[in-house]
Design a protein around this ligand. Structure first.
Ligand code: MG
Ligand code: MG
Length: 250
């Protein structure tokens, strides 16, 4: 069952989303050669809790930390660790969720550490670009796969691949709600979009092949071919016109 949120529910999601955006800014400012992913996790935990919110990912299905910190060929769900030290030239995907007043915001971005390769920069730029190309179609009357197809087309036009095993999702009083929002597909299929639906649209893209594997920790998802991966996500609300970005500062 796909829920349609009221204006007051969407306002709560904007508050949760703003906390997520502030946490992203804090992470972006902190990223440097020598910092550990556990340090970044601590920064986000402190920020989210200082705003009266709860980190959505902490203890979610047993996930042990507040952020997912996924370095280089890690696609998603990297577990922050004091043993993972960032160095110049790395890229890191940081996924952050916060729950405020019963509603979640969920947003991810990939950041460079110091100077990164042109390929890494183009991969990061394409993940973000594909998100914005996709959400041009995220409005009442269109279908989910219109968004999916636009994302896939953008990514593949750059010679990159989309991850198919993991997808975007509805978001609201639960972190993950129906419907699924794939980053691939043909237009005009699947669920029709209505104003008040709230979705986490999140292209996960690889510089090489799309295949991924889950490591023995049960969480960390890596590219099989060892190629770099990038992620970009915002939670959005569908309207009759342009979608409303929820996980932004205002
Ligand atoms: Mg996320
Ligand atoms: Mg998500």
């Amino acid at each position: 069952m796909i829920s349609i949120k009221s204006a007051s529910e969407i306002a709560k999601m904007q508050k949760a989303g703003e906390i997520v955006a502030l946490a992203h800014r804090a992470v972006k400012d902190a990223i440097c050669d020598g910092i550990t992913t556990e340090d970044l996790d601590r920064i986000v935990y402190e920020l989210i809790t200082s705003k009266g919110a709860v980190p959505s990912f902490l203890n979610y299905n047993g996930f042990p930390k507040s952020i997912c910190a996924s370095v280089n060929d890690v696609v998603i769900h990297g577990i922050p660790s004091k043993d993972i030290v960032l160095k110049n030239g790395d890229i890191i995907s940081v996924d952050i969720g916060a729950c405020y007043d019963g509603y979640h915001g969920d947003s991810a971005a990939t950041y460079g550490v110091g100077e990164i390769s042109p390929l890494a920069q183009r991969l990061i730029d394409t993940a973000k670009e594909s998100f914005y190309r996709g959400i041009e179609f995220a409005r009442e009357g269109n279908r989910i796969s219109d968004v999916s197809a636009a994302i896939q087309q953008c990514v593949e036009s750059q010679g990159f691949s989309v991850v198919t095993e993991f997808v975007g999702h509805g978001v609201g009083s639960k972190l993950h709600e129906p419907p699924q929002v794939p980053n691939y597909g043909v237009p005009k299929r699947g669920v029709r979009l209505y104003a008040g639906m709230t979705l986490a649209v999140e292209p996960m893209i690889n510089a090489g092949k799309s295949h991924v594997k889950i490591l023995g920790d049960g969480w960390t998802v890596k590219t099989v071919d060892g190629s770099l991966s990038a992620h970009f996500e915002h939670s959005i609300a569908i309207t009759k016109g342009e979608p409303l970005l929820l996980t932004v500062e205002r």
